[in-house]
Design a protein around this ligand. Structure first.
Ligand SMILES: [Zn+2]
Length: 93
């Protein structure tokens, strides 16, 4: 599974906070935060600033990740990027 790189995370943070990012980006973003302290801290700081200034929508306050986040993520990824079905041998040679 690929995660957004730090530069892309920083690049996408505004979109995510504004609710403009796709679900795929959002899931990858939060997945990256799980792995990356730097981005998590950056996101927390930015979120705090925005909260204080009243610019954060409630839908963006996904700070508490559920215990089954990994399963949810797998489900979402499967929905977005379904496995490639094997070729069916329907053609006659
Ligand atoms: Zn990072």
């Amino acid at each position: 599974m690929m995660y957004l790189q730090c530069a892309k995370v920083v690049d996408k943070i505004s979109d995510i906070m504004d609710g403009h990012a796709s679900i795929l980006v959002r899931m990858r973003f939060h997945g990256h935060l799980l792995l990356c302290k730097n981005c998590r801290r950056y996101y927390d700081q930015l979120r705090t600033v925005r909260t204080l200034s009243g610019q954060v929508k409630s839908v963006d306050l996904l700070t508490e990740l559920p215990d089954d986040f990994g399963q949810v993520m797998d489900f979402v990824m499967a929905e977005i990027e379904p496995e490639i079905e094997p070729e069916k041998g329907e053609k006659d040679a």
